[in-house]
Design a protein around this ligand. Structure first.
Ligand SMILES: C[S@@+](CC[C@H](N)C(=O)[O-])C[C@H]1O[C@@H](n2cnc3c(N)ncnc32)[C@H](O)[C@@H]1O
Length: 185
């Protein structure tokens, strides 16, 4: 379990709710949330959802959407941020971890500024912080420079909404052809 996500959830939510993990891998964080009484789902390329395209969950809207260590892998990063935004309730929270460009143990090209620019519209209370984290997993044992994003979905005006809808409609159609992902029981 990502302990930073765990602390964020404890600090931010008084009640349990619904959560979506984008790029959930082995579903560890999804499983932790479920044990704690959340309703949680995870999607990944392995469950048939390609996050290069905007994905709309049939279980939306969510109180929390999170994505850890996926953004830097994508070519179309805007679509992951748009996926987070479109699956959130108004005032729902987005949490993200990725690697900074200065991280010698990743090939990430992201910086605080580039990540901030991705969250320029559709979000409020955006915070992006950079910190060092020691990866103690067997076979890793090295330092990472982490970027952590916390942001809340804001309401949007009609003009922004209609131009975004046009922009993502093709992408959504692509992902709707994939099997509907479900979190493991
Ligand atoms: C480093 S793992 C992180 C897993 C999990 N989020 C965590 O924190 O443990 C990166 C995950 O991103 C997924 N992934 C990579 N490219 C993807 C894509 N285009 N669409 C969906 N998932 C993708 C991989 O399958 C993998 O599970």
């Amino acid at each position: 379990m990502n302990v930073y996500l765990k602390n964020f959830i404890r600090q931010t939510f008084e009640n349990r709710g619904k959560a979506l993990d984008l790029g959930a891998g082995g579903m560890r964080d999804v499983a932790w949330l479920k044990r704690g009484g959340w309703r949680a789902w995870g999607v990944d390329i392995k469950t048939g959802v390609d996050l290069e395209n905007v994905y709309l969950s049939p279980d939306r809207p969510f109180d929390l959407v999170f994505s850890n260590y996926v953004l830097h892998k994508l070519r179309n990063r805007r679509n992951l941020i748009e996926t987070a935004r479109r699956n959130l309730k108004k005032d729902g929270w987005f949490f993200l971890h990725t690697f900074d460009r200065s991280d010698k143990n990743s090939s990430s090209a992201l910086t605080v500024a580039t990540v901030r620019s991705l969250l320029r519209s559709g979000f409020k209370k955006v915070s992006v912080r950079k910190f060092l984290l020691y990866d103690n997993e067997p076979g890793h044992k090295h330092w990472h420079v982490i970027l952590e994003v916390r942001a809340q979905r804001s309401s949007e005006n009609k003009k922004v909404r209609s131009s975004l809808s046009r922009l993502v409609s093709k992408q959504v159609k692509k992902n709707q052809r994939a099997p509907v992902p479900r979190s493991p029981s």
